[in-house]
Design a protein around this ligand. Structure first.
Ligand code: NAP
Length: 231
């Protein structure tokens, strides 16, 4: 499948590399290809420069946000939450309209240091802001509640016996994303939380996730939902 990955951080690289390894035609989008390839700093949680990562992942094509979005039959979005709307505007609504848009971003605000707060919460969410700005995109929120390595290898924690959530207004888009999560990445338990307003809870889980990461001293974890009668 032709896939766009909007975002070149840890999430973008992890998902793009995995999808290319599965044989998909992946284009990863950035603000400025030359600047990205020339960058020498290594971001928090990144292991290497983007250029070093790309040298080992040459099956992934690097392009502008707009060119990547144009290429994608399905578009993944993982940019800095504070800049997500700017990044998606750069993609161009015409390159997102009618497409399944998979939003992984979180509205984390690091302006007061660590731990981050949320720039939008309670009665709204970043996902809803994105859906309002791009009403014709078939938006599905997912994967934002786990770290990048767990996204593509759920079996790496708890034998894959744990949940990933989806939310969105388009039932067919959620079915497509559920199939992608299961057949590409190996998720066994996908819990549909309903319409896109469920993204509020998915994003407001992040303060708890950050706290758990500190206590566990690792991002390699997830939660399992159990119900009466389940073991
Ligand atoms: N890291 C994780 O394990 C994890 C887990 C769950 C969810 N998330 C969420 O996923 C998203 C991506 O996280 P990440 O750690 O992979 O990367 P990140 O560092 O949060 O974001 C990197 C991306 O943001 C873009 N960006 C930065 N400033 C911008 C601006 N002013 N205008 C437009 N675009 C801008 C960058 O563009 P350039 O390519 O041009 O530099 C790059 O593509 C975040 O919202 C994060 O909260 C992360």
């Amino acid at each position: 499948m032709k896939v766009a990955m909007i975002g070149t951080g840890v999430v973008g690289r992890t998902l793009a590399g995995k999808m290319a390894s599965l044989g998909h035609e992946v284009v990863i989008g950035t603000r400025d290809v030359q600047a990205l390839m020339a960058r020498t700093e290594i971001g928090r949680a990144e292991r290497e420069t983007f250029a070093a990562w790309h040298a080992a992942n040459q099956g992934v094509r690097v392009a502008s946000f707009a060119e990547a979005a144009r290429h994608g039959e399905v578009v993944f979005h993982a940019t800095n939450g504070a800049r997500a709307l700017d990044a998606l505007r750069s993609c161009g609504a015409e390159n997102l309209n009618g497409k399944v848009l998979i939003d992984i971003s979180n509205p984390l605000d690091f302006s007061r240091g660590f731990p981050p707060s949320l720039s939008v919460c309670n009665t709204d969410s970043l996902a809803e802001q994105i859906q309002r700005e791009f009403p014709q995109a078939r938006l599905v929120k997912t994967l934002n509640t786990v770290s990048a390595p767990v996204m593509v290898a759920p079996e790496s924690v708890g034998g894959a016996d744990h949940q990933v959530f989806v939310s969105g207004n388009d039932e067919a888009a959620k079915a497509t994303v559920t199939d992608i999560l299961k057949s590409w990445f190996g998720w066994r338990n996908v819990l549909d939380l309903g319409d896109i307003s469920a993204a509020r809870g998915m994003e407001m889980y992040l303060p708890l996730w950050v706290r758990m990461m500190g206590v566990l001293q690792s991002p390699m974890f997830n939660v399992r939902v159990v119900t009466q009668g389940s073991s």
